[in-house]
Write a protein that binds this ligand. Structure first.
Ligand code: BES
Ligand code: MN
Ligand code: ZN
Length: 501
């Protein structure tokens, strides 16, 4: 059930929401809303803090139970850390802390007071948007495949509250933006979480087709025969080992009628990656249903961009297949010819992502994109290098790399740049073809990116290796929706830049 987000501008003490969330800087420095609550409750909040119930760690929360003098049933007090240290990182920790507590308590109406939470160079509107995104992320559930779904869930109401009417105006649009991003993230998570037997390349194509209900969005799906005609033998070599037909999904969003060159987002959409003949070990192989999270990120971002009607042209491209062992599957040593004409020696059939992406990256050049960003769960080596905190970022443009790093910080969907130096290209040498599809043990994430770089020389390009960031493992196993946040933020920043110039 969708969450209803609204804005309000009354004081915290008169707010009749079930739960009110207010922040405290350290243990003496109250935000306006925290002081308001404290004043009307005869100092109950100060007493709680004097009792050391609120930890110093940013994002820690404590519940002020039933208090008289205020209208809300409960108050959640969240630790913001020292006011002068309140920055992007602390904002994320604080809102995540509050949202995690709220998600456990499952109240039906919540008001989050952000009026007095300021970070340098970020507007209140930005803060509001982040609150919507973070709360939605915590309230997300994936129970559509269980017999007993949580039917008890009511319509949740989340209010983003500030202390004045002037500030409230600015918030409306921000809340809408936050909702669109959050819904894009949810879509990406749903697609990621769906199993391989449901979420096939055809399923992804149908989901993308559904986006045509948005204005200025047209979706075209290239079938295997069309791809063969275009010479995409690298991509098709992967799907030959599967009974599910491959799809190349092109989502064309034309929000800018002036016809400016599009930003292209490209996603790896392996709806299941067993490794092919170079089959993976059995342990945790189920997680290879998440090997389409790059594709999910592109589809989620396209939905958000279209529903916000952003005045920009964005092309979304998803290359989708399964990678399975079969009599017709690629064999180690096979040589295929890519659409670009480069021949590829497939030394490991499990390095399939680059085989399908290279043809998609060649194909989209015909749309004359001004920038191309691909997202792919490309290498286990990237997870070894960077863990699960940031995506690996590779780019042939320093300027683009900086823009993506900034967008990642703003959306709490960070990326860290890795090298794409010529020296690494030597690892991809093949005795029999133009290029090998693997580069040995060293620097596996880099050589995978180097492989893609051979196909992207003609445009401004960046590659995001999201193998570590696209899903969580263990008891929290599930798709994260990354990099939808980064993608949409990138486009929003691009629009601001243009309107300033
Ligand atoms: N989808 C995997 C990458 C992956 C593995 C992501 C584990 C997250 C967790 C990709 O297709 C793959 O199998 N890559 C190989 C490349 C190798 C054969 C050069 C890998 O990382 O092991
Ligand atoms: Mn693989
Ligand atoms: Zn893969």
């Amino acid at each position: 059930m969708p969450i209803k987000y609204t804005t309000r501008s009354t004081g915290a003490s008169v707010c009749a929401s079930g739960y009110v969330v207010v922040g405290v800087y350290g243990n003496k420095d109250f935000t306006l809303s925290a002081s308001d609550i404290n004043d009307k409750t005869d100092g109950a909040l100060a007493a709680l803090i004097a009792n050391r119930d609120l930890k110093n760690e940013v994002g820690s929360c404590v519940l002020l139970p039933l208090a008289s003098g205020i209208k809300a049933r409960r108050v959640v007090v969240v630790q913001l850390g020292p006011r002068k240290k309140f920055d992007q990182a602390n904002l994320n920790k604080a809102i995540n802390g509050a949202a995690a507590m709220i998600a456990r308590l499952e109240p039906d109406s919540i008001a989050v007071f952000i009026g007095d939470m300021a970070i340098e160079s970020r507007s209140t509107a930005y803060l509001a948007r982040r609150v919507v995104e973070i709360f939605s992320a915590h309230l997300y559930k994936f129970d559509q495949l269980k017999k007993e779904q949580k039917k008890s869930r009511r319509q949740w109401q989340v209010q983003i509250a500030v202390d004045s009417r002037a500030a409230q105006k600015e918030l409306q649009q921000a809340v809408e933006t936050g909702k669109a991003v959050a819904e894009g993230v949810c879509l990406a998570r749903d697609l990621g979480n769906l199993p391989g037997n449901i979420c096939t390349p055809t399923y992804l194509a149908n989901t993308a087709k559904d986006l045509e209900t948005h204005d200025n969005m047209s979706v075209q799906v290239l079938e295997e025969d069309e791809m063969a005609e275009l010479g995409m033998h690298s991509l098709l070599s992967v799907s030959r080992g599967s009974r599910e037909p491959a799809k190349l999904i092109i989502m064309n969003y034309t929000g800018d009628a002036s016809g400016s060159a599009p930003i292209a987002l490209v996603g790896k959409g392996l709806t299941f990656d067993a490794g092919g003949i170079s089959i993976k070990p059995a342990g945790a192989m189920d997680e290879m249903k998440f090997d389409m999270c790059g594709a999910a990120g592109v589809i989620g971002a396209m939905q958000a961009i279209a529903s916000l009607k952003l005045p920009v042209n964005v092309l979304g491209a998803v290359a989708s297949s399964e990678n399975l062992p079969d009599g017709a599957a690629n064999k180690p040593g096979d040589i295929v010819t890519s659409m670009a004409g480069l021949t590829i020696e497939i030394l490991n059939t499990d390095a399939e992502g680059r085989l399908i992406l290279c043809d998609a990256l060649t194909y989209i050049a015909r749309f004359k994109p001004q920038t191309v960003i691909d997202a792919a769960t490309l290498t286990g080596a990237c997870v070894i290098a960077l863990g699960k905190h940031c995506s690996g970022l590779f780019s042939n443009s320093d300027e683009l790399a900086e823009e993506i790093i900034t967008a990642g910080e703003m959306s709490d969907d960070r990326a860290w740049r890795m090298p794409l130096w010529e020296e690494y290209q030597a690892q991809l040498k093949s005795n029999f073809a133009d290029v090998a599809n693997i580069g040995g043990r060293d620097a596996g994430a880099v050589t995978a990116a180097c492989f893609l770089a051979r196909f992207t020389e003609d445009y401004r390009w960046a590659h995001l290796d999201i193998a570590g960031t696209a899903w969580n493992t263990g008891s929290k196993k599930g798709a994260t929706g990354r990099p939808v946040g980064l993608f949409v933020q990138y486009v929003l920043n691009h629009l601001n830049r243009d309107s300033q110039s």
